[in-house]
Design a protein around this ligand. Structure first.
Ligand SMILES: NC(=O)c1ccc[n+]([C@@H]2O[C@H](COP(=O)([O-])OP(=O)(O)OC[C@H]3O[C@@H](n4cnc5c(N)ncnc54)[C@H](O)[C@@H]3O)[C@@H](O)[C@H]2O)c1
Length: 427
């Protein structure tokens, strides 16, 4: 088949490469001209080695071709961004993609929206685009097929995850299913568009609410002098309980964004969802507050090193990362703050080029992301570089006993305070 993929980012590029590997001829289109140039030169900027290898192989064999315009094809797959602006969905990229497809799609084309969207978006936007182009949408096969890959394991998950194909009509789902069967080994379930849209948004909202619960428990446990990590581990031994981990907030392109798609649909019946969002949104403030406690109020001229800009472990993606919020909050208070991340290339704030550069003369170290590389930090080396002895571990990544024995004063989110600190607090 000839397939046009619109949007060659974290999702679109590996999807295009996977389809090419499955034997299709794939045209990759993106509005970012610089990205197209890079791809033409065989350069892939996504950090995951499997994505790079798959994409380079697909370009090398000539099965993945980069295009400046959307070509006519048998199928169109849309993987463009769907952000929120002021907590409201911004669907302009989908509208633009729909208009471009409507202008060229021949009768009988498959059109699949993979981008995460608020319920009722797929039919509304594509019906409008085809009406404007003067083409009957009934002559197309339209479906929403949400993507649910785990960043860090994208290639494996693209191939093996279960998929939902939500068709505008049952026959649309049946036809589009065949395309997904050509590269996806996971179970494929057919449903309608709205159910598919809602199920995707619900998955991410479920995680947001679950993490908010864990964060609330972390703060409560600190007050009770109980270790939340042990508490959650014990509670999760119940066969039907699965509480996620607390942390400095929730980041990424999906989990902090998608709940707004539901709360905007009806603000009056989504109180739990909105509250969870607020709980998670507040966590960077909590971490910044802990840093200021270590600095004992006199923050001007003090230096803080934040380790980790990425929103989660071992990925190069810093979109919506709580680490960036912590950085901004500390800077606002007049604290000289440096940030180091071994994987993130750019994130809108200057990044130190090495652990040494970030740690030099720092009063407090904040662990905002639990990258595997940070596990090899050596207390003696860190101590030799830092001016202070304080660490805020928002991920419970460091071996607290070891670092305390080395002379560090450690705050670990949700941890039972060590005996000495508890005595000092009481005194
Ligand atoms: N990244 C993830 O882990 C993930 C997981 C599941 C679902 N999703 C969803 O998939 C969608 C895409 O996410 P992503 O992470 O790949 O985004 P991304 O920002 O990495 O990539 C999107 C690409 O689309 C391009 N683009 C923007 N407007 C365009 C247009 N009108 N036509 C063609 N290209 C256009 C951008 O230049 C960019 O290269 C979003 O809806 C997201 O919520 C993402």
């Amino acid at each position: 088949m000839n397939i046009s993929v619109l949007g060659l980012g974290y999702i679109g590029l590996p999807t295009a490469a996977m389809l090419a590997q499955a034997g299709h001829v794939v045209y990759g289109y993106d509005v970012n001209g610089a990205l197209l140039e890079e791809l033409r030169a065989g350069r892939v900027s996504i950090g995951e080695p499997e994505v790079r290898a798959l994409t380079q192989a697909a370009i090398g064999t000539g099965h993945l071709l980069v295009r400046d315009v959307v070509p006519r094809a048998d199928a169109y797959i849309v993987c463009v961004p769907t952000p929120t602006v002021g907590n409201r969905p911004d669907l302009r990229c989908v509208e633009d993609a729909a208009a471009r497809i409507a202008a060229v799609a021949p009768r009988g084309s498959m059109i699949v929206l993979e981008s995460t969207v608020p319920p009722r978006t797929t039919e509304r936007l594509f019906e409008a685009a085809f009406a404007s182009a003067g083409k009957p949408i009934d002559e197309m096969y339209l479906a929403h097929c949400p993507e649910r890959v785990l960043p860090g394991a994208i290639v494996h998950e693209l191939r093996n995850n279960a998929r939902i194909v939500g068709g505008r009509r049952p026959e649309d789902a049946r036809v589009v299913r065949k395309l997904y069967e050509s590269f996806c080994k996971g179970d494929i379930t057919e449903t309608d568009c709205v159910t598919a849209e809602l199920s995707k948004v619900v998955e991410n909202t479920y995680r947001d609410v679950n993490i908010a619960f864990a964060n609330e428990l972390a703060l409560l446990a600190e007050e009770l002098g109980v270790d939340v990590w042990e508490t959650i581990a014990l509670a999760n031994r119940h066969p039907r309980v699965n509480i996620l981990a607390p942390g400095p907030g929730v980041g990424g392109h999906c989990i902090p964004v998608d709940p707004h798609f539901l709360s905007n649909a009806n603000p009056f019946v989504t109180e739990l969802i909105q509250t969870a969002r607020r709980v998670n949104h507040r966590m960077p403030y909590r971490i910044a507050h802990r840093v200021c406690e270590f600095l004992r109020g006199d923050v001007v001229g003090k230096k803080v090193a934040i380790f980790g800009a990425a929103y989660k472990r071992d990925v190069d993606d810093a979109r919506e990362s709580p680490a960036l919020d912590i950085f901004a909050l500390l800077r606002e208070r007049g604290i000289e703050t440096t940030m180091y991340d071994p994987l993130v290339r750019s994130c809108g704030v200057p990044l130190a080029s090495s652990t040494q550069e970030a740690l030099r003369e720092a009063d407090v170290l904040v662990i905002a992301t639990d990258h595997t590389q940070f596990a090899s930090l050596e207390p003696a080396e860190v101590m030799a570089l830092m001016r202070g002895r304080a660490i805020v571990d928002a991920r419970r990544m460091l071996d607290a006993d070891r670092w305390r024995r080395a002379g560090f004063d450690l705050y670990v989110l949700g941890e039972k305070p060590p005996v000495a600190a508890a005595r000092a607090a009481v005194a």
